[in-house]
Design a protein around this ligand. Structure first.
Ligand SMILES: Nc1nc2c(ncn2[C@@H]2O[C@H](COP(=O)(O)OP(=O)(O)OP(=O)(O)O)[C@@H](O)[C@H]2O)c(=O)[nH]1
Ligand SMILES: [Mg+2]
Ligand SMILES: [Zn+2]
Length: 369
């Protein structure tokens, strides 16, 4: 290997080949503050069975994580989309992330174990997230609200993509319905049959942009990736008529370098949208309720039974749908639960310590009797 120190000086402005993978000034500034030595910078394109497929814009190769990263609790285990330091075929570190799209581990929602939900990272360093939803059985306005909350919770910008628009004569009505719950969010209708929506989505995939797709299995994410790529690069989930189950379901997260210049990440379908922590995503996803709340009589109104509640009043007059408010309350409760649990787990450590001291005292008292 060449002299690390020398290379570090060379790469204080990163190699230009990284630009086509999404490298920008932000990371240049980050790099300037790094004091560790490294030989190479690359981007994690996909993670498979503990190995990382990385790219430096010229070539792709597999790396393993340095032992230090395996045992780290600081959340610096590399995820797809990360910029990483590489020594030969070992990932030695992760450049601080611009952002990270993550969710709570599946099955952990509503658990009463008292432990903090484990974070499941989907991708990092994103410029937008396509929330992909098919205009078939997949279409569910309440689920879209959850996705929007998840994306906002991570401080990211959502784009709602309604696929399979060819299944309906009046697909526009779906777009309008979604617009009533997604204020200021682009809502794009697409179809693999006629290619509609393509140019609207391409505007998010220009040079330097990184976009991740989320949605249920069968929503049409891989089909969309192929449509935007202009070629079949991803296998799609053709439903086998004999077993009635999907084949070619995407199993690996993967960043695809797009002909438009940006990076698009295909993802396996998500079954359960669990949150990891309260990042105030609910407030951003329900802006109209936030606005109404400013007119409530009490500043700490919970919009459940209080007199002079402007939110409940809006439900009375039909301005706000009851389902929408219910959805808001439900997610607020989940977020509250997550933050309670977070502080509880800290409290619990203290409590257990005292319980131990009490037990010790008791046994000493018995012995002395
Ligand atoms: N009619 C119609 N069918 C579509 C369209 N887009 C996708 N499909 C069909 O929907 C099914 C699922 O598509 P995929 O692209 O594999 O779905 P996916 O979101 O990648 O699914 P997972 O990889 O399991 O998460 C396939 O049978 C596609 O042919 C569309 O625009 N119109
Ligand atoms: Mg797929
Ligand atoms: Zn209120």
């Amino acid at each position: 290997m060449t002299n690390h120190k020398e290379l570090q000086a060379d790469t204080s402005v990163a190699p230009t080949t990284l630009l086509k993978l999404g490298w920008d000034n932000h990371f240049d500034r980050q790099l300037a503050t790094i004091t560790t030595t490294y030989a190479h910078i690359a981007r994690v394109i996909s993670v498979q069975r503990g190995l990382f497929l990385v790219s430096d814009g010229n070539s792709e190769w597999l790396c393993s994580p340095a032992g230090r990263l395996l045992h780290s609790h600081k959340g610096d285990y590399p995820v797809t989309g990360d910029w990483v330091f590489i020594d030969d075929t070992v990932v030695t570190g992760v450049l601080p992330r611009k952002n990270i799209l993550s969710r709570g581990e599946a099955g952990s929602r509503g658990g009463r174990t008292g432990a903090t939900t484990r974070e499941q990272a989907i991708a990092s360093n994103l410029d937008a997230v396509f929330i992909v939803c098919g205009l078939d059985r997949d279409f569910n306005i309440r689920r879209l609200e959850r996705y929007l909350t998840l994306v906002y919770n991570c401080g990211l910008s959502p784009v709602v993509v309604l696929t399979k628009a060819d299944l309906h004569e009046d697909s526009e009505s779906f777009r309008m319905e979604v617009e009533t719950i997604a204020f200021g969010v682009p809502v794009v209708l697409t179809s693999m049959l006629d290619g509609r929506g393509r140019s609207e989505l391409e505007s998010h995939l220009g040079g330097g942009q990184t976009v991740a797709m989320v949605g249920s299995s069968g929503a049409g994410k891989s089909t969309l990736a192929n449509m935007l790529y202009g070629n079949d690069i991803q296998s799609t989930n053709a439903v086998s008529s004999s077993v009635g189950k999907g084949r070619h379901t995407t199993t690996v997260r993967e960043l695809i370098r797009m002909p438009q210049g940006g990076m698009l990440m295909d993802n396996p379908g998500i079954r359960e949208i669990a949150f990891h922590e309260d990042g105030h995503g609910v407030e951003s996803a329900f802006t109209e309720i936030q606005e109404l709340a400013e007119k409530c009589r009490f500043a700490d109104c919970t919009h459940q039974h209080e007199p002079g509640c402007a939110v409940l009043c809006a439900v009375e007059t039909g301005e706000l749908l009851p389902d929408r408010l219910e959805s808001y309350h439900k997610m607020k409760r989940e977020m509250q639960y997550l933050s309670d649990r977070r502080s509880k787990s800290a409290d619990r450590v203290e409590k257990e310590r005292w319980q131990y001291v009490a037990l010790l005292k008791k046994s000493m008292y018995k012995k002395n009797k």
